[in-house]
Design a binder for this molecule. Structure first.
Ligand SMILES: Cc1cc2nc3c(=O)[nH]c(=O)nc-3n(C[C@H](O)[C@H](O)[C@H](O)COP(=O)(O)OP(=O)(O)OC[C@H]3O[C@@H](n4cnc5c(N)ncnc54)[C@H](O)[C@@H]3O)c2cc1C
Ligand SMILES: NC(=O)c1ccc[n+]([C@@H]2O[C@H](COP(=O)([O-])OP(=O)(O)OC[C@H]3O[C@@H](n4cnc5c(N)ncnc54)[C@H](O)[C@@H]3O)[C@@H](O)[C@H]2O)c1
Length: 507
């Protein structure tokens, strides 16, 4: 189905007042892409291979969220924090150091390196013809036309790649004023503050709270649920809280009743406050320099006028009839990709979806190379890292046909983890008894990013637990912990040809 909303209106008899009052279309294009982040840029590059009459519209910076305010600056901050942490915590190895942290230099390096990454994107965007790029905020009007600046664009196919933004509870921005930070503003700090509250223990809250703590900031974390990183396996969640609590002051299960800011005695600055009820029901107040609000992100779609393209949204702003493979909405010539569709708001997913939608507008599903939807996989880069792969435990439990066992390994006494002094963690692998396949896994622990990749490869390529165990595991590695958990899966499956012991790592 094509975008015929315009045609319907335009087809009204000539002389009709409706036609005469319509503003004039300034350009007609085969493909319009709205949003030039990772998903939009990939879509543009791919679609440009076939279409010359194509336009990409972007509001704000022409780098990407990932580079400007997301993955990269957060990992740069974590890198500095980890250096400080190692130096400060090596006494058990007989290494004693006095660490001096230059906050200005830490934050400057974050921005300098960010500029380095941004320069690659700038080079790419600069290479695109100017007439195909429009800087401005797009809106889709009632006729299904794209309004941007003084232009009115009619597009045969539209790819929406408008990303997401921090979601801030009502009135908090006004009440906190200058004391409020979000992931959009925190990397602009020119120095490290003395104190900070972090609200939210999702990926953003955990990563930044721990990084600032390690850099000497007095950080207090709040979350309404007794849950970190959205973990759905209670044992892994409890273990993650246990490992992270060694460093972080966390008020989990607390209710925030009010937030605000008040002038300091010096009259120069304000400080922020949070009135909250702790998990025991006691009223408390926190006061400090900044409040970092990390209470989730919302897709940038409602303000766009997407309903004018006949796209329906559910109660969570997610488009109905979304193909998770291509981002296409039903049989409309509309594709919604990356964070904008609120499916899996992760970088590799935005990248793949943008590529697929860009291919689809060139060819069709049969001719274009469309990658299958990625195996669900997420990593939170706190220490120890938190990883989820494949199906979650509640998803598995909802399907009685999936006879599952849980293979487990603790990293508290795992050989190499102990050698390295990073021995806190737990891995659960959910194995299917009937098929000898891995359904999913959840983990907090050292080297989880690598263990997660191996498990994602196994699930994606349909490897059996036996296949995995027939693969060598080098000694002594943290990855031997993965083998211990896989052996536990085998043992619990009671499959005759397989080993009947849960062998621990050899030391
Ligand atoms: C602090 C932080 C850390 C993160 N860390 C990781 C990580 O480690 N790993 C990971 O996988 N993911 C991470 N993410 C998530 C990742 O950054 C996003 O999933 C990804 O960048 C989304 O890309 P996108 O192309 O969908 O959107 P974006 O890159 O946000 O691009 C959307 C573009 O559309 C523009 N736009 C919006 N509305 C309009 C409009 N009406 N008209 C014109 N233009 C418009 C926006 O201004 C923007 O330029 C992190 C996110 C944050 C915030
Ligand atoms: N390493 C990574 O891959 C990475 C890193 C950062 C961000 N991201 C992406 O960004 C997305 C957004 O991250 P996020 O951490 O902002 O969101 P999130 O939804 O994962 O976490 C938000 C947290 O805030 C809490 N919360 C919400 N309202 C609250 C309130 N009023 N009081 C107290 N707590 C409240 C929620 O309980 C939840 O724990 C993630 O889903 C992820 O896709 C990924």
């Amino acid at each position: 189905m094509t975008l015929n909303i315009l045609e319907n209106d335009m087809n009204k008899p000539s002389g009709s007042s409706a036609v005469n009052t319509l503003p004039k279309v300034t350009r007609k294009v085969s493909v319009a892409i709205i949003g030039a982040g990772t998903a939009g840029q990939n879509a543009f590059q791919q679609a440009s291979k076939i279409h010359d009459d194509i336009v990409i519209i972007n509001d704000g910076f022409w780098t990407t969220t990932c580079i400007a305010v997301g993955c990269m600056p957060s990992k740069l901050l974590i890198a500095a924090a980890d250096r400080a942490h190692e130096a400060n915590n090596s006494a058990e190895f007989g290494i004693h150091a006095t660490v001096q942290i230059d906050g200005k230099q830490v934050m400057q390096r974050v921005r300098d390196e960010r500029s380095h990454f941004a320069s690659y994107i700038k080079k790419q965007v600069d290479s695109w013809p100017d007439h195909k790029k429009i800087a401005g905020r797009a809106r889709i009007n009632e006729q299904g036309l794209i309004e941007v600046n003084n232009e009115l664009i009619e597009a045969s196919k539209i790819i929406v790649a408008t990303g997401s933004s921090p979601s801030i509870p009502d009135s908090w921005a006004d009440k906190l004023g200058d004391t409020m930070l979000t992931s959009d503003s925190v990397f602009e700090l020119t120095d490290l503050p003395k104190s900070m509250a972090v609200i939210g223990t999702g990926a953003i809250g955990l990563e930044l709270a721990q990084a600032f703590t390690r850099l000497g900031v007095e950080v207090t974390v709040f979350n309404r649920a007794k849950r970190v990183a959205g973990l759905k396996d209670d044992d892994i969640n409890n273990k993650a809280i246990d490992c992270l609590s060694h460093e972080l002051t966390m008020h989990l299960g607390s209710t925030i009743n009010d937030v605000g800011s008040q002038a300091n005695a010096d009259g120069k600055r304000s400080s922020g406050f949070i009135d909250y009820e702790d998990s025991a029901g006691e009223s408390q107040q926190w006061q400090g320099e900044y409040v970092l609000v990390a209470t989730g992100r919302r897709n940038n779609i409602k303000q766009l006028g997407i309903e004018n393209l006949e796209v329906e949204l559910d109660d969570k702003n997610r488009p109905k009839n979304l193909s998770k493979k291509t981002g296409q909405i039903g049989d409309l010539e509309v594709y919604i990709v990356g964070d904008a569709n609120a499916n899996l708001p992760l970088l590799h997913v935005a990248s793949d979806e943008g590529y697929s939608a860009g291919s689809m507008v060139c060819e069709n599903e049969k001719a274009a190379y469309i990658r299958p939807p990625a195996t669900p996989f997420s990593i939170v880069f706190c220490s120890p890292q938190i990883v989820n792969v494949g199906m979650s435990l509640p998803e598995i439990q909802q399907d009685p046909s999936l006879e599952y066992v849980i293979g487990r390994v603790s990293f508290d006494n795992q050989g190499r983890s102990r050698v390295m002094g990073v021995n806190c963690g737990l891995l659960h692998i959910y194995g299917c008894k009937k098929t000898d396949r891995i359904l999913g896994a959840s983990m907090v622990g050292p080297d989880a990013e690598y263990i997660g990749h191996i498990l994602a490869t196994a699930i994606t390529n349909d490897l059996s637990v036996k296949d995995m165990l027939d693969t060598p595991f080098y000694h002594p590695t943290i990855l031997e912990g993965l083998r211990t958990a896989l052996r536990d899966v085998q043992y619990k499956m009671e499959i005759p040809y397989q080993s009947h012991d849960t062998q621990q790592d050899s030391f």
